[in-house]
Design a protein around this ligand. Sequence first.
Ligand SMILES: *Cc1c(COP(=O)(O)O)cnc(C)c1O
Length: 448
Amino acid sequence: MNMTLTKQQKTLGMRDKECIWHPFAQNKIDPMPLEVVRAKGAKLYDAQGKTYYDLISSWWVALHGHCHPYITMAIANQAAELDQVIFAKCTHPKAVELVERLLPLLPGEFARGFYSSCGSTAVEVGLKMAYQFWQNQGKTERKRILAFEGGYHGDTFGAMAVGRSTGFYEAYAPLLHPVSFVPFAHTHHNDAEVVLKEQYALEKLDQYLEQYGKETAAFIYEPLLQGSGGMRVCRPEFMEAVLSRLKDHGIVLIADEIMTGFGRTGTMFAGEQINTKADIICISKGLTNGSLPLALTCCTDEIYQAFYCDSWKRVLAHSGSFDANPIACAAACASLDIFEQDSTLHKIAELARAHHQCLNIMRSELSDVLENPRSIGVVGAIDLKSDGNSYFNGVKHQIAAKCLESGMLLRPLGSVIYLLTPACLTPNELEESYTKLIKIVKEVVEKI
Ligand SMILES: *Cc1c(COP(=O)(O)O)cnc(C)c1O
C-alpha cells in the first residue's frame, strides 16, 4: 500500500509535524498539535468545530479573551491608516498615546517608556538600562546582578542568565553571564511555615547584601507570583521586606510584570500591593490582549537622566525592527479602554474568589495526591505530590491530554497543575472546569 499522501489529504497537524519546530517541545514524543482555526472569548475552536476552554489564556496573553471585537476593530482601522514606520527619529500617534496613558497607571514614579517587541526583549532592555545606569555615572564597581531563585524572565541570553535557576538552560550554562540568587519564600493556602520560610530567605538576603550590596547594580524579580518557575506565590509582606532592603542599598529594582501586569494578580499591576516601588518595569504579554507582539520597559526619571546628555557614548544601545509597531500600539490602547468598558478588574475579583474556593475543594478531594493549593487573581495552582520534580514527567502529559479530550486547554508545569484564566470566563464556567479537572486527575492517578 502506498502511504504517500498528497498535501490535500494530510491534516494540518501532519503537515506541521513535517516542517515546524515548536517552542519548548520534543517533537519526537509530543502528540499531534491541536489544530486551532478560530477563537472567541474564552474558547478555541478546532477544524471539526470542537471547542476548548483556553484555561491558560494562550500562554498568559489573552487577558480579556480572544478576538475581542473592540480590539479587532482598532487593529483593522490602524492597519488601514499606518501599518509600520521606523521608530528611530520617527514617531506616531498610538505610540505616544499608549505611553502617556500607561505611565500614570504603573506602580511607581515612571517617566519614560522604551518599546520593544516581546517580554524577553523588554527584560534585556531593563537589564541594559540598569547596568549602564551605573556605568554612565562612572560607578563601575556596581556590576553584580541579583535575582530570585526560581524566577523566569524569558529565553534570550540575558534573560536566561537571570532565570537560570529554573534549570531550563543547562545546555547554555557556560555562555550565561554570572548572576547571584536569593531564595523566594513561596507559600500556599493555610501555610503554617510561611513566617519561618520568609525569615530564612531574608537572612540569606542580608548575608548577600552585607558582602555584595555595594557591588550590586540591579535586582530583577517577578512581584508576588513566579510564573514559569511553578506558579509560586509569596506574601506582599515578604516582597516588601526584600525590596526595602535592596532599596536601602541603592540597588536598581527591575520589576518583571510581563505576566503579572494587567490585572492578573487582582490589581492592575502586582506592584500596587507592595510599598517599595521599582525603578524599571517590564511589561508585555497582556499589553495587546495577546493580539500582536509588543513590549515596554519603563523607567524613572532618575534612570533616564543617567543617559540624557550631549554625548553619544551614553546612549542605550538597543533597537528592534518592530519596536512600537503602530498596529500593536493601537491594539494596546484598545485593550486599556476595555478595562473600563467591560469592568475587567471586577470580573477578575469574582474569578479570584472562585479559584480560591475551587482549589480548596480540589485539595480536599485529592489530598493523597495533591498539595499546596495557592491562588492569586486569575491564577490558581496546585502541586502533584511526586518523588522527583522533573519538568518532563509523564503524569502531566496524561492530564493535559485528557483535559483536551474533554474540551479544556491546560499546560501543567512540571508537577504543577495551574489555570490562568481570561477575564471573560464566568465563575460558573471556572467551577465546571475545576470539577472536570478533579475527575480527570482522579482517573489518571488511579491508574498509576
Ligand atoms: C513570558 C515571560 C517572559 C518572556 O516573555 P516572551 O514574550 O515570551 O519573551 C518574561 N518574564 C516573565 C515573567 C514571563 O512570564
